[in-house]
Design a protein around this ligand. Structure first.
Ligand code: G6P
Length: 618
């Protein structure tokens, strides 16, 4: 993983953005067999995560050898001669900002070539550490945050690799899974904090890896490390300890997954896995961004209007973004479908144009970004893919840090797009002075609580599954909401239609009586979003309007809204949040609803018919 700052030097590019590779893959092996082939084979099992460069370090006859390359693992393999040795670590790095380079690929080594290290995560204080190390004469070969760790190993005191690694970790802040080897030693020291890491226990050989997929071919005995835990593996032993060096014991668990299950971490589908990854994705999207530490480098201009462009789910994020930005900054904002943008002959007075695209490659959004530039507008891209085409078109980039999304139906990328929009709204509001310091504090604390809130919705997935079983035979469904949950209803309907093939239609609740009521009957369920805000009473009126037509209503409400049960046939309650954040827990419930509907109907889920994850034609 790498974190680096986009320079402020490039004209018009004043957003400092940490690039983010939290789903890089790490593997390590030490045993009595030649390590090179095993390590590379394990690394290939992590290919499903997506990556753009790879590297390996081997301890061979007292020497430390290191090879890295951009592109596929097979490219790395074809470039390397046999690297003898019984201990090795390797790494895949997912995506990069701009061109991925060999220099930025892991592993990294220190100035003397004594240690090699791979890292997954983000070090929030690496800039200070790097400056100090440079002053002390260390030579850096990459732009990554990770490299500081390996130079720090040279500086700290410690009798052995284990104590040196612990000493280094005392000085760093942020998230990490690391694995380190030292010349002349058949051992690997690894540690984790907020990044996954497991230990594979074999016979006269042991492994470490980012996930079990990597090692399953060799062993199914796995020890899961928790945050702030570390391990030292040798061919004969596994020594577990916390970051203070205090030893502990934990029995390995036998994993019964096959390889395909393992890629999905045991979830039945990538979509479900990605839905369940949302607390983590939100946490990572917020990391280091709420403390204001990047404020100086973020843009400082005032804009009189904002236009948000996107397709599909990204457009829906834009529609929610309109409410977020207007609420926080009072800047008039509207969202438009990318493919329609070019047809509007009216050019507003240079709005800030925000282009949202999880893939960063959607042809219509790229074309819209170019059109916006042509019209002289400043553009911001919100994307999940580092170095994607949209990042080259836009003046600024805000990366969502959801990690690769494999399921065609966007889930965690949508939620992290909303996070990016809240951050943008906060920034614009700060510049315009429309947010009191007290309100800012409230917002920040609400945002920090979002991972926990989402987790609690996920904990209730079983209830949603039951509702889905009940409604699985519907031919058609309406999703209704008001204010910022009107776009949430559109997104819930989109998820439903794309994966369960039930015709789902999102509608502003106030518009039902202007047409759709004609379609309602006992066979047309209505999902009514009843957020605990100024729209609540009006939504109750809409629910009554619907039940009067005998349509069954599944109300999505908020804890405390017990009276909903009087009006709706079924009620699912999400935790209470500040109304500004209500779309987040609600959309998670609707994603689960769509998923379980699709399961109940026997649909393929991850690759729905006729639709593609990334649409590169206009
Ligand atoms: C396709 C996908 C959608 C996605 C849309 C926009 O239609 O199936 O899930 O929302 O493209 O993609 P983007 O990568 O630009 O967000």
């Amino acid at each position: 993983m790498e974190a680096r700052y986009r320079g402020t030097s490039r004209q018009g590019q004043f957003i400092a953005e940490r690039t983010w590779f939290h789903l890089c893959g790490i593997v390590g092996f030490t045993g009595e067999r030649e390590a090179q082939e095993i390590v590379l084979d394990c690394l290939k099992r992590l290919e499903y995560r997506g990556y753009d460069s790879a590297g390996i370090a081997m301890i061979s006859d007292g020497a430390l050898t290191l090879k890295k390359s951009v592109g596929e693992i097979s490219a790395l393999e074809s470039q390397i001669e046999r690297m003898p040795g019984l201990t090795g670590i390797a790494h895949t790095r997912w995506a990069t900002h701009g061109k991925p380079t060999t220099a930025n690929a892991h592993p990294f080594t220190d100035c003397k070539g004594e240690y090699a290290l791979v890292h997954n995560g983000i070090l929030t204080n690496y800039m200070e550490l790097k400056e100090q190390l440079i002053k002390r004469g260390h030579k850096f070969t990459s732009e990554t945050d990770s490299e500081v760790l390996v130079h720090m190993l040279e500086e700290v005191a410690g009798a052995d690799l284990k104590s040196k690694v612990l000493a280094v970790l005392k000085l760093v802040e942020g998230s990490y899974a690391i694995a380190v080897v030292q010349k002349g030693h058949d051992e690997i020291v690894a540690a984790r904090n907020e990044s996954p890491l497991i230990v594979g226990v074999g016979h006269d050989e042991n492994f470490i890896a980012s996930d079990v997929t990597a090692i399953l071919k060799h062993t199914n005995e796995v020890i899961y490390l928790l945050d702030r835990e570390a391990v030292r593996i040798t061919p004969k032993g596994v020594e577990l300890f916390d970051l203070n060096g205090v030893a502990f014991e934990r029995d390995p668990k036998k994993v019964s997954w096959n390889l395909e299950d393992a890629e999905k971490s045991g979830y039945a589908h990538f979509m479900l896995k990605e839905i369940f990854e949302q607390p983590r994705a939100i946490h990572e999207s917020l990391l280091g961004r709420l403390e204001g530490q990047e404020d100086d480098a973020f843009f400082k201009e005032q804009f009189t209007s904002i236009k948000i462009l996107g397709c599909g789910t990204s457009y829906h994020a834009g529609l929610v973004g309109k409410y977020i930005i207007e609420e926080l900054s009072r800047i008039p904002t509207n969202a438009q479908i990318s493919s329609e943008y070019r047809y509007s002959p009216v050019t507003e007075a240079k709005p800030l144009v925000v282009c949202i695209s999880q893939s960063g490659e959607t042809a219509d959004t790229l074309a819209a970004a170019r059109e916006a530039k042509k019209r002289g507008c400043k553009t911001i891209a919100i994307t999940n893919v580092l170095g994607s085409a949209i990042t080259r078109e836009a003046d600024f980039v805000i990366y969502t840090r959801a990690g690769p999304e494999i399921g065609v139906a966007a889930t965690k990328t949508f939620v992290t797009q909303l996070i990016a929009l809240y951050l943008l709204g906060l920034r614009l509001g700060t510049i315009k002075n429309t947010i009191s310091s007290e309100r800012r504090r409230e917002i920040v604390s609400e945002m920090r609580a979002l991972p926990r809130i989402v987790q609690s919705v996920l904990n209730d997935a079983g209830k949603i599954e039951d509702f889905a079983k009940k409604y699985k035979c519907a031919q058609s469904m309406f999703f209704i909401g008001r204010h910022m949950n009107y776009p949430t209803s559109l997104e819930g309907a989109l998820k439903t239609k794309e994966i369960s093939y039930i015709h789902g239609e999102g509608y502003p609740a106030g518009e039902l009586k202007h047409g759709p009521l004609a379609l309602l009957s006992k066979d047309t369920p209505v999902v009514a979003i009843c957020a605990a805000d100024h729209t609540y009473e009006k939504m109750l009126g809409n629910v009554r309007e619907v039940t009067a037509r005998e349509s069954p209503v599944l109300a999505i409400g908020v804890e405390g809204n017990q009276d909903l049960e009087k009006y709706a046939e079924d009620v699912f309650l999400v935790p209470k949040v500040d109304p500004l954040f209500s779309p987040i827990p609600i959309i998670v419930a609707l994603q689960l609803f769509a998923y379980y509907l699709a399961i109940a109907r026997g649909c393929p889920i991850d690759k729905p018919r006729n639709i593609a994850k990334t649409v590169t034609v206009e």
